[in-house]
Design a binder for this molecule. Structure first.
Ligand SMILES: Cc1cc2nc3c(=O)[nH]c(=O)nc-3n(C[C@H](O)[C@H](O)[C@H](O)COP(=O)(O)O)c2cc1C
Length: 206
């Protein structure tokens, strides 16, 4: 598949078939993920591939609890139909064949915080750290798309991060950032609906 076709049709797939995903496809998308750029090539990503049904059930349960907090806390409320749809997807989440947990390994500190630049350094550290992991997620999503696999990102576990960390035995210097739920879509891929670049691009000055 042409890379532009993959980009233009990369949408969230929340309704996912139980059909198992071929091992070679999981390996291929992970090998695409680790080709991503990162600050000073630190490659601070780590992945946990979960296929065990009991663990998936517990991940799904944590996500359901987190999602109910999220749904109530939303500034722009979800329409009842959208909420029901999300709840139905969450009810079936454990049947999704593969979950890849994207993690940031904070161990690899790049620079110290020079005097007078403590605040800026802290911000820079955070931005560079997260920005050094999410390109790997995008590579993963695109590679999955190219292999006809759909992905659903969830972050509801962040409301219960300690519990989630405990469940998956994640060490304290590693942050579980996202659950990427992967499998064959029930529906079809469609063009992504986004604002055109002309609405968000400034020429020479803001
Ligand atoms: C960083 C990030 C976090 C996301 N978290 C969630 C999530 O917790 N639950 C969810 O249903 N979708 C999540 N998504 C998917 C977005 O809701 C989705 O990309 C966006 O609404 C656009 O919809 P589309 O991909 O179907 O075009 C997340 C996406 C990103 C990039």
């Amino acid at each position: 598949m042409d890379v532009f076709e993959a980009i233009d049709t990369l949408i969230s797939i929340r309704r996912i078939r139980e059909t198992p995903v071929e091992e070679w496809k999981i390996e291929r998308i992970l090998s695409a993920a680790v080709k991503a750029p990162s600050g000073a090539n630190t490659q601070p990503w780590e992945f946990i591939v979960v296929k065990d049904l009991e663990i998936k059930k517990q991940i799904a349960e944590i996500n359901r609890r987190g999602a109910s907090i999220y749904v109530k806390a939303r500034v722009v409320k979800l329409e009842p139909k959208r909420r029901q749809y999300l709840e139905a997807c969450l009810q079936r989440m454990h049947n999704i064949p593969v979950m890849i947990i994207l993690c940031l390994n904070r161990e690899k500190k790049l620079v110290n915080r020079p005097k007078g630049f403590e605040k800026a350094s802290e911000k820079m550290e955070d931005i560079v750290s997260y920005a050094s992991v999410f390109p790997a997620m995008q590579n993963l999503l695109l590679a999955a798309r190219a292999l006809d696999l759909g992905c659903w990102i969830t972050m509801y576990h962040l409301y219960f991060e300690d519990e989630f960390r405990h469940l998956l035995n994640i060490p304290s210097n590693v942050e579980p950032l996202a659950v990427i739920n992967i499998g064959y879509p029930m529906g079809r891929f469609k063009p992504a609906q986004r604002r055109p670049y002309s609405k968000v691009t400034h020429i020479n000055r803001w």
